[in-house]
Write a protein that binds this ligand. Sequence first.
Ligand SMILES: Cc1cc2nc3c(=O)[nH]c(=O)nc-3n(C[C@H](O)[C@H](O)[C@H](O)COP(=O)(O)OP(=O)(O)OC[C@H]3O[C@@H](n4cnc5c(N)ncnc54)[C@H](O)[C@@H]3O)c2cc1C
Length: 459
Amino acid sequence: MSREGVLDALASICGADAVLSSAEDLVPYSFDGTAALKMRPSAVVFPRTTAQVAECVRLAAATSTPIVTRGSGTGLSGGAVPTPGCLVVCLTHMDAILEVDPRNLTLRAQPGAITQRIDEAAGRHGLFYPPDPGSQRISTIGGNVAENSGGLRGLKYGVTRDYVMGLEIVLADGQIARLGNACVKDVAGYSLKDLFIGSEGTLGIITEVLLKLVPRPLARRTMLALYDSIEDAAETVSAIVAARIIPCTLEFLDRVTAGCVEDYAHVGLPTDCEAVLLMETDGHPAAVADEAAKMEEIARSHQARDVRTARNDAEALQLAAARRNAFAALARRRPTTILEGVTVPRSELATMVSFIAATAARYELQIGTFGHMGDGNLHPTFLTDERNADEMDRVHRALDAIVTRTLELGGTITGEHGVGLAKKPWLRQQMGDASYTLMKQVKRAVDPHGLLNPGKMFD
Ligand SMILES: Cc1cc2nc3c(=O)[nH]c(=O)nc-3n(C[C@H](O)[C@H](O)[C@H](O)COP(=O)(O)OP(=O)(O)OC[C@H]3O[C@@H](n4cnc5c(N)ncnc54)[C@H](O)[C@@H]3O)c2cc1C
């Protein structure tokens, strides 16, 4: 079938106003949040129902048109970057929160629902959806499940996977599968739902999610600890965890990042210290008071220059917002911002943080580092310019050095942003031949014609 024929068929499935095909309309769908990766798709379609998604997939299968599924396009590994000639299936019009069930502590939503809206809907029932990626105001729940996203509260509450109870999936042949359910316990058959969590749009299209909710914490305390040495901040994190305290948030900003955030957000962050730790504990008021006192004591015994406590909710929200703005703030410094997401065991944090600083000096690059330090998840962020070939070469060599050192320390090439295009050169190295081959066999079994997000994850 010709491209015109495919466009006509898409229009008859979803409506003419749900199909984009002109060169200028396709530009915003040619990239995601990952720097320096671009490709124009053949067309973009915005289905409104699962049946329409299934029909689009059947049409794509019949015409051998590759599909790239897209949520809000905030991904940081190139997962939603189009492959040549592909159809982008964009799910932002399927954004309804279908049901909050306070008796079963669950929430059902379409895949395009915005992450923050999900927590707000839960909050209206005194409930809580904890996973809060820094992008929560714009990312979709479908994208979160497809990337198994983490967030600022991951240390205590875990990641998206820990809250997915059920999924509706459109498979590569257009069949609709329902995986999981509202039962707290279920061991019937293979846990196929888990296969699709973190599958980055390569195995199926998520068209509905059933999420677990938890009671909303009664109290919260937010603190900032300021350091003259990055290693002291890293050692504080290890010491808090070793003291068997599990705060909900232990986020880190280095001097470069804190300076950029302060320029951007003006929240009173000091710009003359080497590291800032954002620490937050939540739960029962008595436990919160006790944990906050212990965390302050540990921070001071690890040479924190100062420890400040937010005086009220508004101030706490402002401090958390400052951390959420880190990427946007860094992105203002240079034309190209390349954000990485390596993760190491927490005992290796100080080693890794020093290695990143030494690598920046060795390759004469500007790297701002921040991240979910309580999870061992660091975001070394290269502030660079993709038009400068020599600088980009040094960026790639520095990145390879950082990823290689991460693996030597027992870490992972990606803690939350996925493999996509950006991390696929290192996937085999991390997984080893047997696991890597097994993953490719799974992909072939579920998507035998390589229709879904081809070229991602595997070489
Ligand atoms: C400022 C900023 C802060 C961020 N902070 C965090 C953070 O703290 N933690 C974190 O984990 N990530 C973070 N991210 C990365 C990103 O926001 C997440 O990966 C998010 O889950 C992507 O959601 P999305 O809707 O934008 O998905 P997209 O970018 O559109 O897609 C991401 C991947 O999921 C696939 N996909 C999307 N929807 C579906 C679906 N319905 N079915 C099947 N596959 C699908 C796509 O094919 C692609 O491979 C951040 C990004 C930015 C820009």
